[in-house]
Ligand binder design. Structure first.
Ligand code: SF4
Length: 273
């Protein structure tokens, strides 16, 4: 059986950067605000290195608060300052761009629309930067029901697929005479999705590795499912020989928040099957 790794998989630039920043502050007094990335195994590893995690600023009396790659709203920076905490900002620069785009469009008097998942932390942070006035559209139906307005400004969740973004925006074009579209999509997602789709068309089974709470990993699995039998796993422990017994070619991809060591373990185990 041949095991093939996708040409583009695993940690993206923003995640690598956030983890590096967190590790530089592993002094036993630093905590990330929420999990640094959507990968439980990586969060455990950081904990062992001395980087804690709090869900809320009220849980910290002192020390350093590390803002994760998904970013937060402006009020969180104010609250952290007020509490006397040292702030280390690991917000991905692409997310920062989406946040500042929402702020700019809102200050320009536009009704801001964020094309993205309503409950995703990054989308929530972009919403905060729009002065909490943005409307979040997740589906084409949401866009169809959107009420016309004089000035419209559109941004996207960074991990949105190009295809979905274009579809949703096409429903908004007739809703205003003055529209600015800022396509704040990050290429890391696109590259991983294209490479995964290409590989999924060549193999019998795809293994998609990453946190079940990772939106971009789940999306990769959904895309691969359209091409071949696909399994979404978090670690090598979940692998079942049954899945691969009739396969001659197995493909592996991983979300942008999946560490290399987990990909390596899955790869090795597949080769032994
Ligand atoms: S997927 Fe893109 S926007 Fe998100 S953290 Fe990675 S590089 Fe940044």
């Amino acid at each position: 059986m041949e095991v093939i790794l996708s040409g583009c998989l695993g940690f993206c630039y923003g995640v690598k950067r956030a983890i590096k920043i967190a590790e530089e502050h592993a002094d036993g007094k630093s905590c990330t605000l929420g999990p640094i990335i959507h990968n439980p195994q990586m969060v455990e590893r950081l904990k062992a290195e001395g980087i804690g995690m709090v869900e809320d600023l009220t849980a910290m009396e002192e020390g350093t608060i590390i803002i994760r790659s998904h970013g937060v709203g402006p009020q969180v920076y104010e609250d952290a300052k007020f509490r006397g905490l040292n702030i280390v900002d690991a917000t991905c620069p692409h997310v920062k761009k989406a946040q500042l785009s929402a702020k700019e469009l809102s200050q320009d008097g536009r009704q801001v629309v964020i094309v993205g998942e309503k409950n995703h932390p990054e989308v929530k942070s972009i919403f905060e930067w729009s002065n909490k006035t943005a409307i979040i559209l997740e589906t084409e139906a949401d866009a169809e029901n959107f009420a016309p307005c004089p000035k419209l400004g559109i941004v996207s969740q960074t991990t949105m697929s190009d295809e979905n973004f274009v579809k949703i925006v096409s429903h908004l074009l007739g809703k205003s005479h003055d529209i600015r579209v800022l396509r704040t999509i990050c290429t890391a997602t696109d590259q991983r999705q294209k490479a995964a789709l290409e590989l999924a068309s060549m193999v019998d089974v795809m293994l998609v590795i990453g946190g079940r709470n990772s939106a971009n990993t789940t999306r990769l699995a959904q895309l691969c499912e359209k091409k071949c039998t696909t399994y979404h796993i978090e670690t090598a422990h979940e692998l079942s020989p049954e899945w691969l017994k009739n396969s001659t070619k197995v493909g592996i991809t991983a979300g942008a928040s999946t560490p290399d060591w987990i990909i390596g373990e899955v790869y090795k185990q597949c080769q032994m099957m």
